[in-house]
Design a protein around this ligand. Structure first.
Ligand code: SF4
Length: 482
């Protein structure tokens, strides 16, 4: 049945080019206009016809029977007219600084701009992006200027003779495996060094695995970039100084190379990690870098919010304001970040009024008690542009929205009388991320303060996942011991 769904059969249906945004690789998918079918986009240069298992869930999002179809005030279903009048009335008593706004990093640049302009029209400055905390931390590091650091294209990655990978890229963006294999087997002598405390699907592919102490990846990177003496780094990260020096020299002298960083929640200081990734890329000729975020449009949505609302608070500042009762009302666009997080739900229960525009009923009790829920068209249905990990701008062609759902741009237009121009969002992200200076001495001080977290149990993982099953095979034993 599922396989049947994956074939685009009807010749009469219009096929729309779309994107998977379950990671920032942004694989191309084709959707039938009514959203009933999904196919591999054979001619898309990113994935050339491949999709990972997560990519197939896009179809479920579009066609799920549980999609919200009507606005709700609490549990009561209401018309759009009543919903919007209710929101305007309820927001009225709050001061502008008592209202907060969160916009999901899965949404398009156009949707993010519509939220930013609506917030500006309402005088709200507590606007922030909602995504994986590790992604947002890494994005902060990406803003620190490092002269000469350049984002790699997928072509550069594939033609690299040396890859330095921090984290499990094959779990984050499995479709990259074809390109990583191309590096591994493309030319004798090519190197793939993986820095990770654990054995993962990616370390299984590595020509060299540097198993540092958990959480010390920024220290390893600072040493490889020449910012920290190898002996000093070795004492913190647990990798021998000679090994660090040898790895740095091999990467530096390779004809071409790419550093790939995967932000991870259990790793503190993803910002410092990305900063030293950029330093490392800038330190020798023909080396570039890539950061693969979990949320597909982390780069685009953050750029829009940074550029439109320069004095917005940080994530922790926003949570602090909610905790202290300074923010009394919250507008959540595309993401209920409290879902599944008891601590956040406790904080959200202090809010007096919540607006949640999303795809499904939120499991969060905070949303039910005192809220209004709006059915939102997904990124495929609304269409729009997105900034992928390599900095390229890609677009989804809109398809017919799920019954009752409405694109965010339209909802924002109805909430406040503002309508960004057609190309405003593209022009905004075209300026690139907002950058800021970072003093080298400051970064060095911070990286020296990094300490290893407690080592968890290290489980051997093979690319095929089930060790017991593959453990008997000869090739597995050879790879394990070799
Ligand atoms: S690799 Fe990323 S973008 Fe591609 S199908 Fe998988 S989750 Fe989607």
């Amino acid at each position: 049945m599922v396989a049947d769904n994956l074939k685009v059969k009807s010749e009469n249906s219009k096929i729309r080019n779309s994107l998977c945004l379950f990671c920032s690789l942004g694989c191309g998918v084709s959707l039938r206009d009514e959203g009933k079918a999904l196919a591999y986009a054979q001619d898309n240069p990113v994935n050339k016809g491949a999709l990972c298992p997560r990519g197939h869930y896009n179809l479920e999002l579009v066609n799920h029977p549980g999609r919200l179809a009507e606005p709700q005030i609490g549990k009561r279903k209401v018309s759009w007219e009543e919903a919007l009048t209710f929101i305007k009335q309820e927001l009225q008593p709050f001061r502008k600084d008592e209202v907060g706004c969160l916009v999901s990093c899965l949404l398009s640049n156009e949707a993010a701009l519509a939220v930013a302009r609506t917030a500006q029209a309402l005088g709200v400055k507590n606007v922030l992006t909602a995504g994986a905390a590790a992604d947002l931390e890494a994005y902060e590091g990406n803003k620190w200027t490092v002269p000469g650091a350049e984002l790699a294209s997928l072509d550069h990655l594939e033609k690299s003779e040396a890859l330095l990978i921090i984290g499990d890229i094959l779990s984050r963006s499995p479709v990259l495996s074809r390109r990583i294999n191309q590096v591994k087997y493309g030319k004798r002598g090519n190197q793939i060094v993986v820095i990770d405390p654990n054995q993962t699907r990616t370390t299984w592919f590595a020509t060299d695995h540097l198993a540092c102490r958990p959480g010390t990846e920024p220290v390893v990177l600072a040493a490889l970039a020449g910012a920290l003496p190898a002996e000093e780094a070795a004492a913190i990260c647990g990798i021998a100084a000679a090994k660090l020096e040898q790895t740095a020299a091999a990467f530096r002298t390779a004809a071409s190379g790419t550093v790939i960083y995967v932000p991870q929640s259990k790793r503190p200081r993803n910002d410092l990690g990305v900063y030293y990734v950029k330093k490392l890329a800038a330190a020798s000729p023909n080396k570039k870098y890539l950061v693969y975020y979990l949320f597909g449009n982390t780069l685009g949505v953050n750029t829009v919010i940074d550029r439109e609302i320069p004095d917005h608070p940080t994530y922790h500042e926003l949570l602090g304001k909610i905790e202290r009762g300074e923010i009394k009302s919250l507008l959540l666009f595309g993401e209920d970040i409290s879902a599944g997080h008891e601590e956040l739900q406790k904080k959200f229960r202090m809010l007096k009024f919540v607006v949640y525009a999303g795809y499904f009923e939120s499991e969060s009790p905070a949303i039910y008690d005192n809220s209004i829920i709006l059915p939102l068209a997904s990124q495929f249905e609304g269409g729009g542009s997105y900034v992928l990990a390599d900095g390229s701008l890609a677009a989804c062609e809109p398809i017919v929205p799920a019954a009752g759902s409405v694109p965010l741009e339209k909802i924002c237009g109805l909430l406040a009388d503002c309508k960004p121009g057609r190309n405003d969002a593209r022009e905004c992200v075209g300026q690139g991320p907002v950058t800021k200076a970072k003093a080298e001495a400051e970064a060095e001080g911070e990286v020296r303060a990094v300490r290893a977290a407690e080592q968890g149990p290290v489980k051997p993982i093979t690319y095929f996942g089930n060790n017991q099953l593959v453990g008997n095979f000869f090739w597995f034993q050879v790879n394990k011991n070799g």
